[in-house]
Ligand binder design. Sequence first.
Ligand SMILES: NC(=O)c1ccc[n+]([C@@H]2O[C@H](COP(=O)([O-])OP(=O)(O)OC[C@H]3O[C@@H](n4cnc5c(N)ncnc54)[C@H](O)[C@@H]3O)[C@@H](O)[C@H]2O)c1
Length: 341
Amino acid sequence: MGEARVNVGLLGVGAIGRIHATNLAGRVQGARLSAVADVDRAAAAACAAEFGVEAVFDGVRELVNDRRVDAVAVASPAATHAAAIEAAAAAGKHIFCEKPLAYDLDEIDRALRAVEKAGAKLQVGFNRRFDPGFRQAYETARSGKLGRLYRLHIVGRDPFVERLMPKAQGELLLETTVHDFDLARYMAGTEPLSVYAEGGAAAAAAAGMSGAAGIDTAVVVLRFPDGVIATIDNGQTAYGYDQRLELFGSKGGFWVGNETPYRALLADGEAVRSPLPLHFFPERYAESYVAEMAAFIDCVRNDAAPQVGGRDGRAAIVLALAAMRSLEEGRPVAVAEIAAL
Ligand SMILES: NC(=O)c1ccc[n+]([C@@H]2O[C@H](COP(=O)([O-])OP(=O)(O)OC[C@H]3O[C@@H](n4cnc5c(N)ncnc54)[C@H](O)[C@@H]3O)[C@@H](O)[C@H]2O)c1
């Protein structure tokens, strides 16, 4: 393994950016948080001060061209990702980019061409692949212990937070289900053939939200080769982050349940109660955010290919676009109608 530390410049210090900042500054071996940028310069400066970082910028250009930066972690909103990737690649920097790569396939293809041309490494933030339970599910399926895989079932529900409800049609599929599309491809080990989606705005209606835009509740059916069927179930809950996975095959099943803050049961004359699930992504996936960044740093130091690359980021968006077309047209959509994976 190479010894030099990888100096990472962070773009975007919002909810996920703060998590990456904390991990890069102290939890990921071989990494150093060397610069911070955000259009909200005060937020960037506050983050930099907290972690003892000198270099503070308000834009991607200065960040990627700074000589204190070897690699860039992109944690700004989706609409800024493709341009940030192109700028970083042109500056000869390796890139970790949050999901989704972009909403638009042409933009993604342009960014991926820039990465290829520059010979840069690009890892996409599909952190769930690095969750210990999901990783074990993957390894169990690959080992053959489950026999022939028949079914994958993924439950991915967020706690209801009014300000985070989808603001546009398709946002749920492009921002949230995108994780599940990636997880389904990863678990199946093959590429899906078709996508069928049903959706509604049940949670917004129940909360009396007026003018809610886009679906907030969805069920997606993916058909894979050899008859493997995956279902994805998304929505919002009154009880925290509901993140479960089931693999089912000819020789057995594998279930990953919700994580709770502690393991305990309270029994009384009426019921046996367990603590609520960990509330949201910062708690539930804390370990996976460290592991995905450690994997990125390792691949930069060892000149290895990222475990989750640009092709994976693109494929998940192709599936989201197929799901959007399925919703619009009320029919299963062949993935090939959108693009080859
Ligand atoms: N992998 C995960 O589990 C996970 C969790 C949350 C968010 N995300 C993804 O991370 C990205 C950011 O989400 P968030 O929840 O942290 O958003 P956020 O709104 O909390 O933070 C975004 C930050 O980016 C800054 N910003 C906006 N435009 C910018 C630009 N052009 N250049 C630099 N900075 C800019 C904003 O000022 C803000 O500080 C999204 O793509 C989201 O889908 C991933």
